[in-house]
Design a protein around this ligand. Structure first.
Ligand code: GLY
Ligand code: MN
Ligand code: MN
Length: 371
């Protein structure tokens, strides 16, 4: 049994290994770095993991072999055998698969280049390969107690940063200055890094959903989108709040009111069994009722975890991704509208799917911050 504050590597590896027989696979070769971290705690810049129903073999090169062996022995990494690359990863992979008599292996189709796949086929001529999609990611989507505790702390700290915004956002400051001050606060409250480059988008720039901060100075009449995140023990928090510089137009206030309604409608729709795409539909319906549905230019949210964007995807229905919500999922709710000439509005919170619905983890005030 894993210590309470340490990930349950054994359980994670066993659950993935236990899925292989039903897919007629002897092994799954994992190349997505985030999946390596999730399954075994490995964070080196290169590595592969061969998972079978009975064992896991981490393939690393000389830069990481000693540190990896020590970390496994100390329980800081999962229970994995280690194979060390002598020349090339593909050749070591071929010999690991041959020595374990693997006849059929899955690869992560979304995390392998065509060139590497060609090399793997040559290095493992006896293996029949099968493309797999999101096997580990579907496990990652439902967080365990240790992960939820970390995400909860990240959301609390990020809310603390949001509460500092009244002292950060001011007319005359540039977007870049505001973004720098937010990132300074992200550091000060205890995050190891921003989860992504902070977005501060003012006036006309607010109509660009993923604008980068510029040297534009905030001025009266601006809507300002403030979207920022932090990484805590590897896990991401993600939050968006809105400011207005002095008085904004009636159209801008109407956009804010519409997004606030859509945000509330989406949160009200979150509960186990509901499709992730239905939460998106709830936000879209609320915006359409206010006449701004066509200005909603992205999905309603995304799963949060070791990656900033992970399963589930709260977007338009997609026959290839039917994702019912499950207790333990943590995702963002972030409807937004973007209107050239008026500006943009987005509100974003992080929520945990619970047995009875959802718990909003980020608790900073959502009102338009007028400065
Ligand atoms: N800024 C990235 C996101 O909110 O998803
Ligand atoms: Mn987000
Ligand atoms: Mn965000």
């Amino acid at each position: 049994m894993a210590p309470a504050d340490r990930p349950d590597w054994f359980g994670r590896l066993s659950r993935v290994g236990g899925e292989l027989a039903a897919r007629s696979l002897d092994a799954l070769v994992i190349s997505n770095p985030t999946n390596l971290r999730y399954l075994g705690g490995y964070t080196g810049s290169a590595g592969l993991l061969v998972c079978t129903p009975s064992r896991a073999t981490l393939i690393v090169d000389g830069r990481y072999s000693l540190a990896t062996r020590h970390a496994i022995a100390a329980g800081r990494l999962g229970p994995m055998d280690v194979a060390v690359v002598e020349g090339r990863y593909d050749l070591t992979l071929g010999s690991v698969l041959a020595s374990q008599e693997v006849g059929s292996a899955g690869f992560e189709a979304e995390h392998l280049t065509v060139a590497l796949f060609d090399a793997w086929k040559l290095a493992a001529p006896g293996v029949t390969w099968q493309a797999t999609y999101r096997i580990v990611e579907s496990h990652r989507a439902v967080k365990d107690a240790v992960e939820i505790a970390t995400l909860r702390r990240a959301a609390t700290l990020l809310s603390d940063v949001a509460r500092l915004l009244p002292g950060i956002v001011a007319a005359g400051r540039t977007e870049r200055e505001v973004a720098r001050a937010i990132e300074q606060s992200i550091d000060t409250v205890g995050f190891s890094a921003p989860a992504f480059p902070t977005i501060v988008a003012s006036g006309p720039n607010s109509a660009l959903p993923h604008a980068r901060p510029t040297d534009r100075r905030l001025q009266a009449g601006d809507l300002v989108v403030l979207d920022f995140g932090g990484v805590l023990d590897g896990y991401c928090g993600d939050l968006t709040r809105m400011a207005a510089i002095e008085q904004v137009s009636a159209e801008a206030l109407a956009l804010f009111a519409a997004v606030r309604e859509a945000h509330a409608a989406a949160i009200a729709a979150v509960r186990p069994g509901v499709l992730a795409s239905d939460v998106d539909a709830a936000a879209r319906l609320a915006l359409s009722a206010r006449g701004v549905g066509s200005a909603f230019l992205h999905g309603t949210g995304h799963g949060l975890g070791l990656d900033l964007h992970e399963a589930p995807r709260l977007g338009r229905p997609d026959a290839d991704r039917v994702e019912p919500l499950i207790p333990g999922m943590v995702c963002t709710i972030e409807p937004g509208v973007y209107v050239e000439g008026t500006g943009g509005v987005r509100l974003e919170d992080d929520v945990l799917v619970t047995a009875g619905g959802c718990e909003v983890l980020t608790d900073a005030p959502r009102d338009l911050l007028v400065v």
